[in-house]
Each structure stands twice: as C-alpha cells, then as structure tokens.
Design a binder for this molecule. Structure first.
Ligand code: SF4
Length: 534
C-alpha cells in the first residue's frame, strides 16, 4: 500500500504497511482499485456527457465511490468489493450509451472473481507511481481534492441539491489525471478548478442544509447529560440526524451530538425536538475513550470512524461509513440502534457541565453586520481570525489552543470544523455584545465562512485580502484539502497552514503556492500573532 492522503500519514511521508488511521493493506489496495475502476467509469460518463447524455444515478455512484475512499469513512473490504463490481457494471452501461471506446487499463479492466484477486489488482494501480514527482504531486492534490469535493456533492445530493456541472468536473478531472502528457501549468489549472467547482458544491450543500432545516440561530448547547436512555450521533449528516430525531420521538431517549454534529443544535428544524439535548465528547480522535464511556447507542453518519472493537455491539453505521462486523443501517431504519439504546443503562443522573454557543453561520453573523462594521470603524474590533479546520491526533495541535488563548481582547475568533474542540469551551467574552468566539459550523459550512468574509469585504469596499482577517487553518483529511483549494481559487493569500504541510506537496509545488498565494506553515502562536498584528 501507499497512502499519504491525510495529515496523519506515517513518518510524515506515507503509510506503506498499515495505515495510522487503522486502514489495513487489503482495504488500501481495494480503495486504490475502486478509484481506478471509477476512473474507467468517468471516462465513459465524460464521453456520454459530450453527446448530451447524463445519468444522475451514475454520477451519484461516482461521488459515493470516491467519498468512500476518504480518510476514516469505510474500512469494510466487502463493501469495496461490491462497489468495484458496480463501477465496472456502470462503466459498461455508459460505454454502450456513449458509443465511445477507450483502450487505457482503467477503461478495460475486468475485476477479479474474488477478494484476493481484487487486492492483487489493487496493488498494480498503487498511487506510488514513478513519474515526475511534481506532476505526481499535482495529480495527488487533484485526486485528494476530488475526494473532498465528492463528499460535499454527496451531502448536497442527499438534501436534494445537484448541479451537473459539479459531476462534469469530477468526471473530467478523474480522467485527466490518467494522462501522462500533461504540463505542470495544466495541472495547476486543474487543481484550482477543483477549488472553483467545490465552491459550487458547498453552495449547494449550504442551500440544502438551510433550505431544509432553516438558518442556524445562536444557541446554547449543554455539555452535560440528562438522566435516562441515550443515543449519540456522530459524523456530518443533518438528514440522518433529522431521521433519528423523528424515529426516537416519544421513546424516552435523549439524543446527543458528537464531534462535527455539534452545530446541528443551531438549526430551527432540528432544535425543535425536546429530546434533542446536548453535546457529548470532543473531536473524532478521542472517540475510542468517549464512545466506550457513553451509556447508550452510537450512530456514525459519516467520517471519522475509528476502530470500535471495545463497543462493537453498541455502535452502528449508516450511509457510506463502514467497519467490518459493525451493524450497518443501510435503509435508514434506525430501530436496531433505538432498541439497543433502550436496552442499555443510559445516564444514571443529570449532570451539568456548562454549555457552549453555536449558530453563528452567515445569516446570524451578517444579521449584525452593521454592529460589526461600526465596531471595526471605531477600532473596538482590531482584527478577525478564522481559526478552523480539522482536529487530529498528532502532537503540535496545541498551537491552535494557545493561539486562541493569546488572541488579544480586541479581536474576534471565527471558527468552524472539528479543530474548534481545541478551544470551543473557552470563555472569551464579547466586544460590545458581539461574542469573541463565533462558531460558524461544521467543515461542511465553509461556504458560510466564505460568504461572511465576502460580505464584510463588500461592506468595507475592499478585497477579502485587504480585510483585517487572517486565516489559521488546520488540516487532516481531504475535505480540508478541497476547502484550501477553494480559498486559493478565490485568491485568498497569507493562509497559515498546520500542524504540518501535506506530504503530497513537493518543494517545487509548494514554491508555486508560496509565490502565488504566500501560503505559509504555522510557527508558534506568539510569532504568528506578532507577524500578523505587528
Ligand atoms: S488515510 Fe492517512 S493514516 Fe490512513 S493510510 Fe492514508 S495516509 Fe495513512
């Protein structure tokens, strides 16, 4: 195996024998083969689209297949076997529809009859190719960006929001990276286009979430628990949470959020349920301890699942998430998880552990834009820091806690995604009634943060780069990669990225990013604050 798609990658270079995330060689090989098979499908989907033929179900499968290979989504080999075979079946259908014929291996590959054979085929299409390392770097950035893009497109589609231009780019980019005749500048353009298309995918997702569940409103979320039976919902999927809330209503079960589900408490159509109570635990990498101690059922709606062997019988997966041996609720009937929660002890008593505020998405923040603009003009607010992105297990992430603690009192911190768990419960106070810590939402809500920045730039009649705003980004998996590409597509400069730079970016490619966008690694909280504020 050769996998270097996430920040956790072994020795900062690549996982080659076993993933630090828990992905074994068999699953890694199957994931590579699924990408290969999907590239064959994309070749024919792309050819069909050029003839005016599109197939929504095929595009949906393509997104699901790519999303399944994102870090910490699916560890179940059999699910990959099924998807590889399905990809080839759909490829043949699109071949017949398009009338095209390609001879590259991805377009002609026949899946082996059994798992062992498929694993061998996967080894032959490893991402550890011998080509020019800079070209490979750009192809990997594109592929990992596509994984994040496919995730957002899939989330949006679940909420009824689709745009064929997103699917068209995915088909085109998946096939373009098969070519070996590309120049560096062509690949740089493909990478930035990924960021542009992702902006559209995130816009669709934002429309899906706010259209279905309303605009988030500032909401206090208890960190304690209520006595009684309990279900914990993790991942990112609001639609799954809505279904769980519907199916648990009146059953004497309290529903809690975990990880990236925390911002769900701000949505009017979710917070209306009396049994939707509070938030339990912190970020994904702490789940083995936190889930083991939770006295109810746990439901994973999307990434990041970790080895659940200590609580196999009380955790459930749905959607694209998978772990061998864990009960998968494929049909969105959550009865098995509900019955398990009813059979478990639940919390023995009420506990009060204070609360945190969520719900400062674009509608809420821009609703007080006049107040914010006035405070900036009066110099009551000196600077905004967007401190967001993924959390992770490796050392060095205390930087983000320290950074937020040291942000001067005349500055505002906007945050989003699970990196916030490094500081989400800090009491930073307010500036003239404007909270100094504003939780914009999940990583899936990056569109909201971008809209806030764009609207403030409009109000001050300047560009986003001219705002008193600095972006301090933490990355872990491929959704963070594609969000970074979107920020670069928007021309945003001076981003500070950490805790380490991606292993798949070569020094030459990094130079291109530095020259064009002045992207830089984080240093220390003191040094970075001094450099930004003077
Ligand atoms: S996803 Fe990350 S930790 Fe897992 S195998 Fe790949 S690089 Fe390693």
């Amino acid at each position: 195996m050769f996998c270097q798609q996430c920040e956790q990658t072994a020795k900062g270079t690549a996982c080659t024998t076993m993933g630090v995330c828990g992905k074994n060689e068999e699953v890694a090989d199957l994931q590579d083969l699924l990408i290969h098979a999907t590239q064959g499908l994309c070749l024919y989907s792309d050819a069909a689209r050029k003839k005016g033929i599109t197939d929504s179900a095929t595009s949906l499968f393509t997104c699901e297949a790519i999303f399944s290979t994102l870090t910490n989504v699916n560890f179940d080999p059999q699910r990959f076997v099924n998807m590889i075979n399905k990809a080839v079946e759909l490829r043949e259908e699109m071949k017949a529809k398009s009338g095209a014929s390609f001879t590259v291996p991805a377009a002609t590959f026949t899946p082996a009859a059994d798992l062992a054979g498929l694993v061998e085929q996967g080894k032959a299409v490893t991402l550890d190719t011998e080509e020019d390392k800079d070209l490979r770097s750009l192809k990997h950035i594109t592929l990992f960006g596509l994984k994040g893009l496919a995730a957002y497109a899939d989330h949006a589609r679940i909420l009824g929001q689709e745009d064929d231009s997103v699917y068209a780019y995915i088909d085109e980019a998946m096939t373009t990276i098969l070519r070996d005749d590309l120049e560096l500048n062509e690949l740089v353009a493909l990478v930035l286009k990924c960021g542009e298309v992702n902006l559209r995918a995130m816009e669709l997702l934002d429309a899906g979430n706010t259209g279905k569940f309303g605009h988030p409103v500032p909401t206090a979320v208890p960190l304690g628990a209520k006595k009684g039976k309990a279900i914990l919902v993790s991942g990112h999927d609001l639609q799954d949470l809505a279904l769980i809330l519907e199916q648990t209503e009146g059953k004497g079960i309290t529903v809690y959020t975990h990880g990236e589900m925390l911002p769900c408490h701000g949505y009017p159509e979710l917070k209306k349920y009396d049994h939707f109570y509070g938030h339990y635990g912190t970020a994904w990498q702490n789940q083995k301890k936190e889930f083991a101690e939770f006295p109810g059922a746990v439901i994973m709606t999307t990434n990041c699942i970790q080895d659940p062997k200590a609580y196999m019988d009380s955790i459930f997966t749905c959607g694209l998430v998978g772990w061998p041996g864990v009960t998968h609720l494929g049909d969105k009937d959550f009865s098995p998880a509900i019955n398990k929660a009813l059979a478990m002890d639940g919390f023995s008593e009420d506990s009060d552990k204070d609360s945190v505020m969520v719900g400062f998405a674009r509608n809420a923040v821009l609703g007080v834009a006049d107040k914010i603009i006035e405070a900036v003009k009066n110099k009551d607010i000196r600077h905004f820091f967007l401190v967001g992105g993924c959390d992770g297990a490796k050392p060095g992430r205390n930087y983000y806690t320290e950074f937020v603690e040291k942000v001067p009192e005349d500055c505002i911190v906007l945050t989003l995604a699970c990196g916030k768990f490094r500081f989400f419960d800090k009491k930073l106070g307010d500036i003239g009634g404007i909270p100094r810590l504003l939780d914009v939402g999940q990583c899936n809500d990056s569109y909201s943060a971008i809209q806030i920045a764009v609207a403030l730039a409009g109000a001050f009649e300047c560009g986003v780069n001219d705002l008193p705003l600095s972006m301090i980004i933490s990355w872990y998996e491929q959704k963070a990669v594609v969000i970074l590409l979107t920020l670069l597509h928007l021309g945003i400069k001076d981003i500070r990225l950490g805790p380490t730079l991606p292993a798949f970016i070569t020094p030459n490619v990094l130079n291109v990013l530095v020259e064009n966008f002045n992207i830089m690694p984080i240093t220390t909280a003191d040094e970075d604050l001094k450099a930004i504020l003077g």
